[in-house]
Design a protein around this ligand. Structure first.
Ligand code: GLY
Length: 353
């Protein structure tokens, strides 16, 4: 598996022209969803190497990250006479880059693809690191492959038009990257003025955040070991996401991760002595910027059951990534049911429930 090249764009049109030209190809396909087709595709309209590109537009939203949409993409590639030397460009959020990456990695046993993420979450997480997937059988990311894009182009200008809800969702993954890297990066993230976004500064923070992820993926592309660090906050976060879905009030992934971080920092503090003052600072930041996920003690069992079904578990034990300090990872940790319930008590108390 080769590593992807992540490019922090200084001149988007020039950088994309270069990336496309460097990949020998016979045809180019551009995959968008309805939203990025309307809002982002116009930025590619003057690029001469793309003047003959064919367009594939899919429905927006995670519910469409499914086999039917994937089959439609394969169908369009096949009908268009795409060969193993054709290039797919995925322009969109994580749904487009996950599904597009999977379509490219499987069509004719694999064609090259370039990711151009347009949301903060996709820039710092989904589009980087070679995880591709669709949802299947009611389960998120149930079928997919590890296959990196040949290039990932990060154009942070797209963020200027991103709504704040989606911006904060992506920022939660950046906080996670701060927690698993070092105090300096974490402190920069915690002191960023989220009430008045400085997009130049955000671009620097995005570049830094992506390099944290790249460094980890390079060492462990298939998540056998250190890549599990990227799951910090996700074991509890996925349970919150599932409960929100069951209530028909879905929450954005990054919000669930932020609330999951509150819980998993508490476990880190109790089980492996993560410093209390750092935990407090992160929790204040999350409380102030993300609000809270409401639940009562009647939901504990349901949340616990969701956690036992997390696909990262081996056997019946719930698998956590914890920290004994910022950047000091403790992989493959477990916690008893009573400690997990105590963690929910802590969450409700400190988040004002
Ligand atoms: N989103 C976590 C990972 O890429 O491993």
């Amino acid at each position: 598996m080769t590593n992807e090249g992540v490019i922090i764009c200084q001149n988007f049109q020039h950088d994309l022209t270069k990336a496309v030209s460097q990949c020998a190809h016979d045809q180019v396909y551009i995959l968008t969803d309805e939203t990025t087709h309307e809002l982002c595709l116009p930025l590619l309209s003057n690029i001469s190497v793309l003047s003959d590109a064919k367009h594939i537009v899919i429905n927006s939203g995670d519910v469409h990250k499914n086999l039917e949409t994937l089959a439609n993409v394969w169908q369009t590639l096949s009908d268009g006479g795409a060969t193993r030397h054709s290039l797919l460009i995925c322009l969109g959020g994580g749904m487009v880059t996950d599904l597009g990456g999977f379509a490219a990695s499987t069509f004719k046993r694999g064609i090259p693809y370039i990711n151009i993420p347009t949301t903060l979450l996709a820039m710092v997480d989904a589009a980087v690191g070679g995880k591709t997937a669709i949802n299947f059988n009611g389960l998120k990311n149930e079928v997919g492959v590890f296959q990196p894009a040949i290039k990932v182009l990060l154009e942070t200008e797209f963020l200027r038009t991103l709504d704040s809800y989606n911006l904060f969702s992506g920022y939660a993954e950046m906080l996670k990257h701060g927690l698993i890297s070092n105090h300096d990066i974490l402190n920069e993230l915690l002191s960023f003025n989220t009430a008045d976004i400085d997009y130049i500064r955000l671009k620097q923070l995005v570049a830094q955040s992506v390099s944290v992820k790249e460094g980890i993926v390079e060492k462990d592309p298939r998540e056998q070991n250190i890549r599990k660090a990227l799951n910090l906050g996700h074991t509890v976060g996925h349970a919150f996401e599932s409960l929100a879905m069951k209530r028909h009030r879905p929450v954005l992934h990054g919000y669930a991760v932020a609330w999951g971080l509150v819980c998993e920092l508490y476990l880190s503090h109790i089980n492996v002595q993560f410093p209390r003052d750092v935990m407090r600072r992160v929790i204040y930041f999350i409380h102030d910027n993300y609000g809270t996920f409401p639940f009562t003690c009647d939901d504990y069992e349901q949340l616990y059951n969701y956690m036992t079904h997390d696909k990262k578990n081996q056997g019946d034990t719930i698998n956590f990534t914890l920290l004994n300090d910022v950047g000091e990872l403790r992989l493959n940790q477990t916690a008893s049911q009573s400690l997990i319930y105590e963690m929910f008590d802590f969450y409700r108390e400190c988040m004002g429930l």
